[in-house]
Design a protein around this ligand. Structure first.
Ligand SMILES: Cc1cc2nc3c(=O)[nH]c(=O)nc-3n(C[C@H](O)[C@H](O)[C@H](O)COP(=O)(O)OP(=O)(O)OC[C@H]3O[C@@H](n4cnc5c(N)ncnc54)[C@H](O)[C@@H]3O)c2cc1C
Length: 455
């Protein structure tokens, strides 16, 4: 009999696990309460980047004079913008659904919860009664939702979370963004591009506290140049509304006033009502399911992947975990098998300039006391960057000084999210700086800066 594999949550982790397991011969049921594709498609990666594409075009319009044009743009048409974002997410959900159906995955609409180690209960909502299905293996991939602190009365009008911003009812005149991690800075970029004046509350002394300080400094410089106010070393603790103004009050009594506030202060696991306790599944202090390198929880046939597993919160990582789970469920890990290496996952921040990194960062190596060679080449030297009229940023390559093996890299600049793939492959495949330097690349192209950094 085929392995009965039940997946709860149809985001990137669940979809990839379902597609892989069904290809490998499992009997797969995927339970999703909302839309196949998950929050990644409906609320996070896709709508935010669709909006940023519009904002980016508006920013480009403002820079067009340097390229001999005099383009101007009207304020965005919010209903057209909303229709475009919805159109993209609907098309992606439809293609995910069609792909899984064509592979024979049983798609079930409803809320899934564990009713014991081998039993999943499905509540289809509405009039229909709940029912149970039995499973040999279960994947929990229910994702996460934005964290809303008790002091913030989110109303979707003036006090927003990211999910209210695709687009909001009106473009904020003066937006206060709380939180300067990846999501916060992307929304700063988005709204300043759309024409808002923006203040960013930064809890430490650097935006993007987890990133290379030089990378963060490049973004801060660009924010300041385009009029973004940075309120550093400030922890928001209260929010007052007076008429059309919203005032964010910080721990040290500093007040930041705006017409709107957007909260980007992390997420919480979507585990309420999931029956974790009933099935004996252990969670960590933050409520995320604890997993081993196969994504197994403490109950070996119950797996967790994606945001619920509390690892790197990226759609790409969620999908990679989903694939590994499916392979493990089907016994493939007993063959030649590579564990997922979270340290080698590439990631990008869709600001302007774009930021991307992979592998070992300079600051991290320094903290570890590890000897490295660092080379840095600015895009200002690139012919293509001059042609495109955007010489901002640099490529930084980290390699082993003895072997020349490429250990990591950071890119700040146009198309960083695409260019980082080259360094990503180099890091994964243990390529050396010479391999990159000796590759004959296209001219003129931004990628030439990668080869120059490898010299
Ligand atoms: C604003 C924003 C932008 C982002 N942009 C990017 C980006 O550009 N690139 C990137 O890689 N990552 C990005 N991320 C992170 C990315 O969205 C997440 O890491 C990713 O969505 C996690 O995927 P997942 O499979 O864990 O589940 P999710 O995408 O969160 O989906 C979980 C699914 O489970 C369903 N579900 C929950 N509970 C139940 C239940 N009990 N029964 C049935 N169904 C249930 C939900 O309806 C949902 O569809 C962004 C995050 C945010 C907040």
């Amino acid at each position: 009999m085929a392995v009965r594999f039940v997946i709860v949550g149809g985001g990137p982790a669940g979809v990839e696990a379902a597609a892989t397991a069904s290809r490998l011969g499992a009997d797969v049921t995927l339970v999703e309460r909302d839309v196949i594709g998950g929050a990644a498609n409906l609320w996070d990666c896709i709508p935010s980047k669709a909006m940023i594409a519009t904002g980016g075009l508006m920013a480009l319009t403002r820079r067009s004079a340097a390229l001999g044009l005099n383009l101007t743009s009207e304020p965005p048409n919010l209903s057209a913008l909303r229709a475009r974002v919805e159109g993209i997410t609907e098309r992606l959900a439809a293609s995910n659904t069609a792909q899984l159906e064509s592979q024979g995955v049983r798609l079930v609409r409803g809320f899934g919860r564990l009713r014991g180690p081998h039993t999943v209960e499905i509540d289809p909502a509405g009039e229909e009664p709940s029912y149970t299905v039995e499973a040999d293996a279960v994947l929990l991939s229910t994702g996460s939702t934005p964290r809303v602190p008790a002091w913030a009365p989110v109303d979707g009008d003036r006090v927003l979370i990211t999910r209210d911003a695709y687009p909001p009812p009106s473009i904020p005149e003066q937006l206060v963004v709380v939180g300067s991690g990846v999501t916060g800075v992307e929304f700063v970029h988005l709204f300043r591009s759309l024409g808002s004046r923006v203040s960013l509350i930064v809890s430490r002394q650097q935006v993007l506290p987890q990133k290379d300080p030089e990378v963060a400094a490049a973004l801060e410089a660009d924010f300041l140049e385009t009029g973004v106010t940075l309120v550093k070393g400030a922890r928001a603790v209260r929010l007052d509304r007076t008429g059309d103004a919203v005032v964010v009050i910080c721990e040290d009594d500093r007040k930041v006033v705006g017409s709107h506030v957007l909260l980007a202060i992390g997420s919480v696991p979507s585990s309420a009502g999931l029956g974790l306790e009933e099935a004996g599944v252990a969670v960590n202090d933050g409520g995320y399911v604890t997993i081993n390198h196969h994504c197994q929880s403490n109950v070996p046939h119950i797996y967790a992947a994606g945001d619920l597993s509390g690892r790197l919160q990226l759609a790409s990582v969620a999908a990679a975990q989903g694939r590994k789970v499916a392979e493990h469920v089907m016994g493939l890990h007993t063959r030649d098998h590579r564990h997922l290496d979270y340290d080698k996952a590439a990631s990008a921040i869709f600001t302007e300039p774009e930021i991307a990194d992979v592998g070992l960062a300079e600051a991290e190596a320094f903290a570890l006391g590890r000897k490295i060679r660092v080379t840095k080449v600015p895009f200002a030297l690139s012919a293509k960057a001059m042609i495109d009229g955007d010489p901002r940023g640099f490529v930084k390559l980290v390699s082993d000084p003895n072997t020349g093996i490429i250990l990591g890299g950071s890119i700040v600049g146009a198309h960083a999210a695409e260019l980082i793939s080259v360094i990503g492959v180099a890091v994964s495949a243990h390529l050396r700086v010479d391999d990159l330097a000796e590759t004959v690349l296209v001219h003129p192209a931004l990628a030439e800066v990668l080869a120059a950094a490898a010299e």
